[in-house]
Design a protein around this ligand. Structure first.
Ligand code: NCD
Length: 311
């Protein structure tokens, strides 16, 4: 199996093969062992990662930073571009050229769909998409699939439910496409009518032969789910804030609701949560969001940086 990540950009999950995913997961498991054994090593010594986050971030930003540092690399950490020339009106195209002169790899988060692609077209080093508007969040999807694989051992016959803002949530877009690649064929999409999964994702899933149920009624379907993937209603994508207020807590996962879920199910969330999972659920052993799901983000990002920067 060859490393197709080497010196490439990673903007979308669309071009990943099953073998790419396997290589990445194998490397992520090595990283988990490495961190357990010795916290990290020096394999990226001399390499620099610029993290350019035009939009807020806690986990994605910090886990990329810590991943680079754990492997001995250097960082240009910009969490917010307000203190850079972007505030003076510098274009995405120019910024791509600027940071290509200083860094060996650039991680970018931006509020416009398609921005990471434009950025990578103008950069001369590898670019990783850390979220482009409502488009994609490919590293989140991979850490989510890795978490599912690590938990269940295989994807065989899993029914994956996704809850919340399926229209604007980039995590569920990348996640659905990634799960289709590894063979998941049963999806239940639970959302208010106004926040349904976009047509292009639904079409892709149907064309792959997936069985899809779309519903507004969480209680009716929660007992059928192996993976319960909850998401936040994406306030920053709404122009009508009254509409956001109306939809934001359409679903709240409580211990009561979790009683209806399978004993063997897992509850995941990319975080941050803003009320849609009650804190009383955190101690439920099925809740992975504050535990392995988040931690796996670091192993996956360590693996990706190593695969992109080292042959
Ligand atoms: C997600 C994002 O930025 O899309 N956060 C994350 O990276 N874990 C989800 C969200 O903000 O709701």
């Amino acid at each position: 199996m060859s490393n197709n990540f080497y010196r490439k950009s990673f903007i979308t999950v669309d071009y990943l093969t099953v073998s790419d995913i396997e290589i990445l997961f194998k490397k992520a498991s090595e990283m988990k062992k490495l961190v357990g054994r010795s916290d990290g090593d020096e394999r990226l010594k001399g390499k620099i990662m610029a993290a350019l986050f035009y939009e807020p971030s806690s986990r994605t930003f910090s886990s990329f930073i810590t991943s680079m540092q754990r492997l001995g690399g250097g960082i240009i950490p910009l969490n917010g571009m307000g203190a850079t020339s972007v505030a003076k009106g510098e274009t995405l195209e120019d910024t791509a050229k600027v940071f290509s002169s200083y860094a060996d790899i650039i991680v970018i988060r931006h509020n416009q769909e398609g921005s990471a692609r434009i950025f990578s077209d103008n950069a001369t080093v590898s670019v990783v998409n850390a979220g482009d508007g409502i488009g994609e969040h490919p590293t989140q999807a991979l850490l989510d699939v890795y978490t599912i694989k690590s938990h269940f051992g295989s994807y065989h016959d899993l029914t994956v439910g996704m809850i919340g803002d399926l229209l604007n949530g980039r995590t569920v877009h990348s996640l659905t496409k990634s799960l289709l690649k590894v063979g998941v064929r049963k999806f239940v999409w639970i959302s208010p009518k106004a926040l349904k999964m976009p047509e292009n994702i639904t079409d892709k899933a149907r064309k792959s032969g997936a069985h899809i149920i779309e519903t507004e009624d969480l209680k009716k379907v929660i007992g059928d789910l192996d993976v319960i993937y909850d998401t936040r209603v994406q306030k920053e994508r709404f122009t009508d804030l009254a509409e956001y207020e109306r939809l934001k807590l359409a679903y709240i996962i409580t211990p009561e609701i979790m009683k209806k879920a399978k004993k063997t199910a897992v509850l995941m969330h990319p975080l941050p949560r803003v009320g849609e999972i009650s804190p009383q659920v955190d101690s439920d052993p099925r809740a992975l969001y504050l535990r392995e799901q988040m931690r796996n983000g670091m192993y996956i990002r360590m693996a990706l940086l190593d695969l992109i920067l080292n042959k």
